[in-house]
Design a protein around this ligand. Structure first.
Ligand SMILES: *[C@@H]1O[C@H](CO)[C@@H](O)[C@H](O)[C@H]1NC(C)=O
Ligand SMILES: *[C@@H]1O[C@H](CO)[C@@H](O)[C@H](O)[C@H]1NC(C)=O
Ligand SMILES: *[C@@H]1O[C@H](CO)[C@@H](O)[C@H](O)[C@H]1NC(C)=O
Ligand SMILES: *[C@@H]1O[C@H](CO)[C@@H](O)[C@H](O)[C@H]1NC(C)=O
Ligand SMILES: *[C@@H]1O[C@H](CO)[C@@H](O)[C@H](O)[C@H]1NC(C)=O
Ligand SMILES: *[C@@H]1O[C@H](CO)[C@@H](O)[C@H](O)[C@H]1NC(C)=O
Ligand SMILES: *[C@@H]1O[C@H](CO)[C@@H](O)[C@H](O)[C@H]1NC(C)=O
Ligand SMILES: *[C@@H]1O[C@H](CO)[C@@H](O)[C@H](O)[C@H]1NC(C)=O
Ligand SMILES: *[C@@H]1O[C@H](CO)[C@@H](O)[C@H](O)[C@H]1NC(C)=O
Length: 557
């Protein structure tokens, strides 16, 4: 059945070819034609249908293909649409005109496209849509007008009552006219981001009772009124505005992104968002986090606020499912967790005031979930100079990132006392710290460097000494497998003590015996050969002397 229809289609093309000559039949030569059970598909994406003002698409005669259901004309540099381009395409369901240079659409170009469900006009130069066009495509369900030059949300869009999905992001829309979205009651996904909207207006979004995703980021909103937003919303992105409040009435929210707004305080009403799984308040002006329960919250981003301590309201009792916490970029002086919290990821970067981390600072992050372990990122804290050897006591770490701090030394206990082999499951990143490579860091050469070399060589790229002067800028990798305790001794004395040192290193760590023993055996072997050849030489000399003595004796007789 399917095959039969396909051959009909190809047959039709051949007929057209024969009737009109080669130019007209170039549709399936120029584009990719295919078919599925229910659709005839012609894909002309990026075929440069408009080259040097030569409109090849005019010759493709799409209008001769009434059974066409998917037509992709994206990325073709088209400046205009011929009025009759789509006549007869009464079965066309999907039309993609994305990434052309269209400034307008002829008002009757879509007259026959009454089957159209999916229309992508994104990345053109459209300033408006003709009313007549909109009235002809009222079956439309998905419309993408992103990245055009629209300055108002077209009032005629309200005729598209079957729309479930509308993207008008990256335009110049300033305001939504009273009621312009009111009738789009089927809408589930609305993207208004990257415009200049300062108000949603009263009779708009609130009426979209099916709306699940609302994207409002990068506009000029100052307030999210509960009278403007339907409670059906589960995913709200309102980042990069100037909003001062949290829309707590949206109690179906699962994901809320409010980053880079002007929120100064969160109050107990936040607990109304008790279905939230992810909250992002990065880049606001928060000084604290309220003492509320979030049974489902998994991800919380409080970075780049004004927190001066880690809020003690963040406890596993309040937020039992919390697995990712971001507290970077806050004026926190003492990085310490005073309450129990079962995290998988803790990200604490760019804490400009933290100078040291004290004993047991993270001990409350003991992960009690089965097989749970913590990925700890404490990096880019430019004043962080000292970490107590017991700072992570009892914490089961799976990876540790202490890169780009101001650490000149680090205790082996910090890394070795972890369970298993003494190396964290997913590596230890200590790069870009100003290490003072003296004897206290010899363990890094003995223990850490060989293990990183085997498992995570990329974590050695920028693991360098900053002092003493004779080791400045040198990568620790430079001394990979050296037998002597490079960091412990003055470099002149070292050279003469090669063999003795190897034994010393061997006794330092049982882990490194394998590496060292092979070189040790080599040394022993060389020694044996030397002794043997000396014995042979001595033997030869002795034999000669005896022979000479004999010949002298013989001469006497
Ligand atoms: C239209 O084509 C573009 C390629 O330029 C693609 O990214 C986009 O997803 C397509 N739109 C639809 C609705 O398929
Ligand atoms: C839109 O038009 C402007 C000038 O009118 C032009 O500079 C720009 O390249 C055009 N953009 C597209 C995507 O055609
Ligand atoms: C919306 O879709 C339904 C079928 O789902 C259809 O019956 C109705 O005519 C459409 N509405 C409009 C305005 O086209
Ligand atoms: C709309 O088109 C733009 C540009 O092609 C694309 O980035 C965006 O993902 C599309 N919208 C949706 C919701 O897919
Ligand atoms: C919006 O329109 C409704 C009628 O549809 C009217 O009652 C209301 O006053 C209007 N609001 C504004 C702000 O103009
Ligand atoms: C919490 O919400 C209630 C009802 O919306 C409101 O009356 C109250 O002022 C809010 N509390 C705070 C601290 O904002
Ligand atoms: C929160 O938003 C910021 C800014 O957009 C982003 O960089 C960050 O990755 C987001 N946090 C999470 C946990 O997704
Ligand atoms: C980095 O640590 C050194 C001491 O090791 C200290 O002199 C210097 O001031 C620290 N840098 C910053 C930015 O705190
Ligand atoms: C630590 O290792 C020991 C034995 O290697 C094991 O019995 C114990 O369960 C481990 N503890 C954790 C927290 O992984």
């Amino acid at each position: 059945m399917k095959g039969h229809r396909y051959w009909n289609f190809v047959g039709l093309l051949l007929v057209i070819c024969n009737l009109h000559g080669s130019a007209e039949c170039s549709m399936c030569e120029t584009c990719i034609c295919s078919s599925t059970d229910s659709a005839w598909i012609v894909n002309c994406q990026g075929k440069r249908l408009e080259d040097n003002n030569h409109h090849r698409f005019d010759l493709l005669m799409f209008d001769e293909q009434p059974h066409l259901s998917v037509l992709n004309l994206a990325e073709n540099g088209m400046n205009f649409l011929p009025t009759d381009m789509f006549t007869n395409l009464v079965n066309l369901k999907t039309l993609n005109l994305s990434g052309n240079h269209l400034q307008e659409i002829p008002e009757n170009a879509f007259d026959q496209l009454w089957s159209l469900v999916d229309l992508d006009l994104s990345r053109n130069n459209l300033t408006a849509l003709p009313e007549r066009m909109i009235t002809k495509i009222t079956n439309l369900q998905r419309l993408n007008l992103s990245q055009n030059q629209l300055s108002v949300l077209d009032p005629d869009l309200k005729l598209l009552t079957n729309l479930t999905w509308l993207d008008v992001s990256h335009n110049n829309i300033q305001s939504l006219e009273n009621g312009s979205l009111q009738s789009l009651t089927q809408l589930e996904h609305l993207d208004l981001s990257f415009n200049r909207i300062d108000s949603l207006g009263e009779n708009n979004v609130i009426h979209l009772t099916q709306l699940a995703t609302l994207i409002l980021n990068n506009n000029r909103l100052v307030y999210l009124s509960p009278h403007e937003l339907p409670v059906s919303i589960t995913n709200l992105n309102a980042g990069y505005n100037m909003i001062t409040n949290v829309p707590e009435t949206l109690n179906n929210l699962q994901k809320l992104d409010m980053e880079y707004n002007e929120i100064v305080e969160l109050n107990d009403n936040l607990s109304l968002l008790n279905r939230a799984k992810s909250l992002n308040f990065s880049g606001n002006k928060l000084t604290d986090f309220p003492n509320v329960k979030f049974e489902k919250l998994e991800t919380l981003d409080l970075s780049f606020n004004k927190l001066s301590v880690v809020p003690e309201t963040l406890t596993s009792e309040n937020i039992p499912e919390l697995s990712t916490l971001v507290i970077s970029g806050n004026p926190i002086r003492e990085l310490k967790f005073n309450a129990k919290l079962n995290l998988e990821w803790l990200i604490a970067q760019s804490l400009e005031l933290v100078e040291s981390i004290e004993e047991d600072a993270f001990s409350n992050l003991d992960n009690e979930r089965s097989e749970g372990c913590l990925n700890l990122i404490i990096s880019q804290n430019k004043r962080l100079t000292k970490i107590d050897a017991n700072a992570f006591r009892d914490v089961n770490l799976c990876s540790l990132d202490l890169s780009s701090n101001n650490l000149s030394s680090i205790s082996p206990g910090l890394i070795k006392m972890q369970n298993n082999t003494g190396l964290l499951k997913y590596g230890v990143n200590l790069q870009s710290n100003p290490f003072h490579c003296d004897c206290t860091l010899q363990w890094m050469l003995v223990d850490l460097v060989p293990k990183l070399y085997d498992a995570y060589p990329q974590l050695l790229d920028d693991l360098k000494c900053a002092s003493p002067p004779d080791k400045k800028y040198m990568r620790m990798l430079h001394w990979y497998k050296w037998k002597d305790q490079v960091f412990c001794e003055d470099s002149q004395i070292l050279v003469s003590k090669v063999v003795v040192e190897a034994a010393g290193v061997m006794s330092q760590s049982s882990e490194t015996i394998k590496i060292e023993s092979s070189t040790g055996m080599l040394a022993a072997l060389i020694g044996a050969v030397v002794v043997l050849s000396m014995l042979v030489t001595v033997g030869i000399v002795l034999a000669r002397r005896i022979a000479i003595k004999r010949s002298r004796k013989n001469r006497r007789f």
